[in-house]
Design a protein around this ligand. Structure first.
Ligand SMILES: [Mg+2]
Length: 281
């Protein structure tokens, strides 16, 4: 499967999962889909047949509310049956709305924001100390950077020279209720991370090739943790959801919303890509 296909399938599953469960957070899932696809298809050293292998890269989705994107990627990579995604956010399902480590391939449950970077930094610290080869990757939201624990971890990672740590910001410039600018201004964002001693890379968070290049271990700088600011659009791929804060919480309702979202996504389907819902229905 190409990375473009995986990104499309993450969006396709995201629409279906939030529609069936009548649950959020589709805007975030669509925003982060390309980043998650590149990580799972091109970057992370992981094995669906051996999810706990010792030298695996550790990945943490710190913005745990975008769980559907990672569940979809794990299913498509073979960690479990794609059909299980239909239970997302429903009673007695292990596929919780905020990401859960009960799922094969998930390292850490999150949801309360600002916890992913500290944990990833701790994992990278242990890897260095014990001379282990793995990297830790963490995807954070921009709004999440309002949390003080993010900046404590930024200090820690620099102090301990964690060049085996890569943090990625899904920089869609929006957070739960409005824009980041109106909530807590982050700019000049990259300069702040640079001042904390990080290797800062900025890229288009919807351009697969740029993401591959930016997230590659080859872009690490000795003794510095890496931060990738991935510029994204909240709701990317469905025009009426793009940059519209309504879709942080709203789900695609039966009728026009669901139908039009699918119509738009289907028009973007890569050649040769099979729609998983055409097969399983
Ligand atoms: Mg955001």
């Amino acid at each position: 499967m190409t990375t473009k296909e995986l990104a499309w399938k993450i969006r396709r599953h995201g629409i279906e999962m939030t529609h069936i469960s009548a649950a959020s957070h589709i805007g975030s899932v669509l925003s982060v889909a390309d980043i998650i696809a590149v990580l799972y298809n091109d970057i992370l050293n992981i094995d669906p047949k051996n999810p706990k292998k010792e030298d695996r890269d550790r990945f943490i989705l710190s913005k745990g509310h975008a769980a559907a994107s990672v569940y979809a990627a794990l299913a498509e990579k073979g960690f479990f049956d794609v059909k299980e995604l239909k239970t997302f956010y429903s009673d007695n399902s292990k596929f919780l709305g905020h990401i859960s480590k009960e799922i094969d391939g998930v390292e850490f449950s999150s949801g309360s924001l600002g916890h992913g970077l500290p944990v990833a930094a701790g994992l990278s610290y242990v890897a260095k100390k014990e001379n282990k080869p793995f990297y830790s990757y963490v995807v954070m939201g921009d709004g999440e950077c309002d949390e003080g624990s993010v900046w404590e971890a930024a200090l820690f990672a620099h102090h301990f020279k964690l060049d085996n740590l890569v943090a990625i910001i899904d920089y869609n410039k929006m957070q739960s209720l409005t824009t980041c600018e109106k909530t807590i201004s982050l700019e000049p964002f990259g300069s702040k991370w640079k001042a904390f001693g990080w290797n800062v890379i900025e890229c288009d968070g919807h351009n697969i090739e740029e993401l591959k290049y930016s997230l590659s271990k080859d872009r690490s700088v000795k003794d510095k943790p890496t931060l990738v600011i991935a510029n994204t659009v909240k709701g990317k791929g469905v025009s009426f959801m793009e940059n519209n804060i309504l879709w942080h919480y709203r789900y695609p309702h039966e009728g026009e919303e669901y139908d039009n979202a699918l119509k738009e996504l289907r028009a973007q389907k890569p050649d040769g890509c099979i729609d998983p819902y055409e097969v399983t229905k």
